[in-house]
Design a binder for this molecule. Structure first.
Ligand SMILES: [Mg+2]
Length: 243
């Protein structure tokens, strides 16, 4: 029996792919205004800062997501002052992204329906806690969330099993009682499957690499639009899972 549904956040509750581009553009405009840097150079530098911080920390360390650390690297690399600009850049990026987020179509209705059936709602996300809490608040869905898990808190990243085990422990349920919904084939689907949960793939923002891996993983449950999850008889359908 399904007792909980855990949702990823980015590209699962809102369109991260579009909003992160807007955040990066705002970052570049700040650099253009304050340092006379070209937009191109700033955007390239932002990507390069991502690679450099990730290479140094490794992808198992949730701190590699931290945009303040990334902004700090970007400035130090160019001999530019980190005060006040590192914080200003990080907040410019996040505030732009958050301001442009829109909750995915049909999601609120699905959360409402799950709540009405007594299903616990969890969030399972790779990222620093501070900004993920802010996203849930800004999306206006915090009242539905029973259990929040970030990789920073769990000290483990998806797709590793400790992340998923930590979430199950917080919910107090076993793996076969839990559906995990996410866009990322590796982090969400491979991870949830490996931890014994039921993986359900959210497709609207998934890329070609995700599609290939989904086939290899033989994950067949998918959601193309949250509206399809609510059935006319009042039931809920998550892929082939009926609630
Ligand atoms: Mg995601």
């Amino acid at each position: 029996m399904i007792k909980a549904v855990i949702f990823d956040i980015d590209n699962t509750l809102y369109d991260f792919s579009t909003t992160t581009k807007l955040g990066a553009e705002a970052f570049a405009r700040y650099c253009n205004v304050h340092f006379g840097m070209s937009i191109d150079e700033a955007e390239r530098g932002w990507k390069e800062a991502y690679d450099a911080v990730m290479d140094r920390m490794g992808m198992e360390n949730p701190a590699y997501h931290n945009r303040l650390v990334r902004s700090q690297y970007f400035l130090e690399k160019r001999g530019l002052p980190v005060f006040p600009h590192a914080m200003e850049l990080a907040m410019t990026y996040w505030n732009t992204l958050i301001r442009n987020m829109k909750v995915e179509e049909g999601l609120v209705e699905l959360l409402e329906a799950l709540k009405n059936k007594g299903i616990k709602i969890g969030i399972g996300t790779n990222m620093t806690a501070f900004v993920q809490f802010e996203k849930i608040r800004a999306l206006g869905i915090s009242q539905y969330v029973d259990c929040m898990v970030t990789s920073e808190e769990a000290a483990a990243e998806k797709p590793t099993k400790p992340f998923f085990d930590y979430a199950l422990g917080k919910l107090g349920i076993s793996c076969d009682e839990c559906v995990f919904i996410g866009d990322d084939a590796k982090n969400d689907m491979q991870g949830a499957k490996g931890a014994g949960m039921i993986p359900v793939w959210y497709t609207p923002h998934a890329g070609e690499a995700d599609r290939r891996l989904i086939e290899e993983l033989k994950v067949t449950d998918r959601i193309d639009n949250y509206r399809e999850c609510i059935l006319s008889d009042g039931g809920i359908r998550l892929g082939s899972v009926r609630i």
